[in-house]
Design a protein around this ligand. Structure first.
Ligand SMILES: NC(=O)c1ccc[n+]([C@@H]2O[C@H](COP(=O)([O-])OP(=O)(O)OC[C@H]3O[C@@H](n4cnc5c(N)ncnc54)[C@H](O)[C@@H]3O)[C@@H](O)[C@H]2O)c1
Length: 321
C-alpha cells in the first residue's frame, strides 16, 4: 500500500478531503501538501509537505521519494482570481497539472484524481442540461486552463495508460473553509451573512442560475469515481455532475424559510460576466450510468444543514460574557 498525496490541501475542497482520506485509508498513508503553510495544526495526524506544483523537479522528487501511488490534485487558481491574475492561473492550472501528470506517469503512480469545472464551458455551449461532450470554448483564463487540463488528462490516459479520473464540479457550497476565489462563492457568503444576522449585497444578478452541489455530495462523488471499475469509465476528468441549479433569488428564498427577515440586494460586478458564460444546468446522466453518481442533498436540505452548522460555529466564536 503506497502513499496518497493531496496537492492544494489547504483549499476549500482539500481541507475536507484530507480528513476523509485519513478516515478511509489511515493516517500513515496520507500526505497533505500546498504552496501555503498551514496556520494551525489542522492536519496534526499526518505528514504535511510544502509543494508548489509549478516546480516540476519538486513534484517529481516528492512523488518518487515518498513512494506515492495515488494523487488527489486539488491545487488550483479559481475563476475570479484567475481573471485578476491570468498568468498565475496558467502556471498553476496548466503547467502545474502537466507537472503532476508527467511526474505521475514517470513515477508509476496508479491513479490521479483531478477536478475539472463548469468553467470549461463558454458562450457557445448550450445553457441547459449540458451533456459531457459539447462545445468547450471558454472565454475566462480559468476555463482555458481547465480545458487544457482536461485534454492533457485524456492524452496521458490514452498515450501512457495513466489512470486519470475527475469530475466537472459545479459551484460547491460548504461551511468549514470559506471559499475565496470563485464566481459561485456568493452562495456560501449569503449563508454566512444570514447566520450573522446581516443582510447581503450580491455580486450576481438575482436570476443568474448556475449548477451547484453541497460539499458532502462533492466529496462522496469523488470517492465513488475513485473506487469505480476503470473498465466502465468512458470519460477522463470531464464527467458532468450537479445536484441542482439555483439563482441568488431562489437561494435567498430557501434561507428565508429558516431565517425569515434575511434580505438581499443586488449589485452585479465582473463576476456576473463570468457567470453568463456558464450553463444554467448540467446533464449528469453519464456519471450516474458509469459510476453511480447520486447526490443526497436538495437545496432546502443543504440550507438547513448549512445554517445549523454555521450557527454552531457562530455561537462558539462569540465572546462569553
Ligand atoms: N470550489 C468550487 O466551487 C470548485 C468548483 C469547480 C471546480 N473546482 C476545482 O477543484 C479544485 C480545488 O478547488 P478549491 O475550491 O479547493 O480551491 P481553493 O482556491 O479553495 O484551493 C486551492 C488550493 O490550491 C493551492 N495552490 C495554489 N497555487 C498552488 C501551487 N502553485 N502549488 C500548490 N498549491 C497551490 C492554494 O493555496 C489553495 O489552498 C480546483 O482544481 C478547482 O478548479 C472547485
Amino acid at each position: 500500500m503506497g502513499t496518497i498525496l493531496v496537492t492544494g490541501s489547504l483549499g476549500q475542497i482539500g481541507t475536507e478531503l484530507v480528513p476523509l482520506l485519513v478516515k478511509k485509508f489511515g493516517p500513515s498513508r496520507v500526505i497533505a501538501s500546498d504552496v501555503k503553510s498551514p496556520n494551525s495544526d489542522i492536519f496534526h495526524e499526518i505528514e504535511y509537505v510544502p509543494l508548489d506544483v509549478t516546480n516540476r523537479d519538486l513534484v517529481a522528487s516528492t512523488l518518487k521519494e515518498r513512494s506515492v501511488t495515488e494523487v488527489f490534485h486539488m491545487a488550483g487558481i479559481l475563476s475570479a482570481l484567475g481573471e485578476r491574475n491570468p498568468e498565475l492561473a496558467f502556471m498553476v492550472n496548466s503547467v502545474g497539472t502537466f507537472n503532476v501528470l508527467d511526474s505521475a506517469m514517470k513515477a508509476g503512480v496508479n491513479r490521479v484524481m483531478i477536478p475539472s469545472t463548469i468553467g470549461v464551458f463558454g458562450k457557445d455551449t448550450p445553457r441547459d442540461n449540458v451533456p459531457v461532450v459539447t462545445v468547450t470554448r471558454p472565454t475566462t483564463m480559468y476555463g482555458v486552463t481547465k480545458v487544457n487540463a482536461e485534454l492533457l488528462s485524456a492524452y496521458f490516459r490514452s498515450k501512457f495508460g495513466l489512470d486519470v479520473r475527475g469530475v466537472r464540479y459545479p459551484g460547491i457550497v460548504s461551511y468549514k473553509t470559506p471559499p475565496s476565489a470563485g464566481t459561485t462563492d456568493y452562495a456560501v457568503d449569503m449563508y454566512y451573512h444570514a447566520v450573522a444576522g446581516k443582510n447581503y449585497e450580491c455580486y450576481l444578478k438575482e436570476d443568474a442560475a448556475l449548477p451547484m452541489m453541497y460539499m458532502p455530495d462533492a466529496l462522496d462523488s469523488l470517492m465513488k469515481l475513485y473506487s469505480a471499475d476503470e473498465g466502465r469509465l468512458r470519460y477522463t476528468i470531464d464527467y458532468n455532475i450537479s445536484a441542482f441549479s439555483f439563482d441568488p433569488r431562489t437561494l435567498a428564498e430557501s434561507i428565508r424559510k429558516v431565517i425569515p427577515d434575511f434580505n438581499v440586494t443586488y449589485r452585479p460586478d465582473y463576476r456576473q460576466a463570468i457567470a453568463e458564460t456558464w450553463p444554467r444546468s448540467l446533464d449528469s446522466t453519464d456519471a450516474k450510468i458509469d459510476w453511480g453518481f447520486s447526490p443526497e442533498y436538495d437545496l432546502d436540505a443543504m440550507t438547513e444543514d448549512m445554517i445549523r452548522n454555521l450557527s454552531e460555529m457562530h455561537l462558539k466564536s462569540q465572546p462569553s460574557r
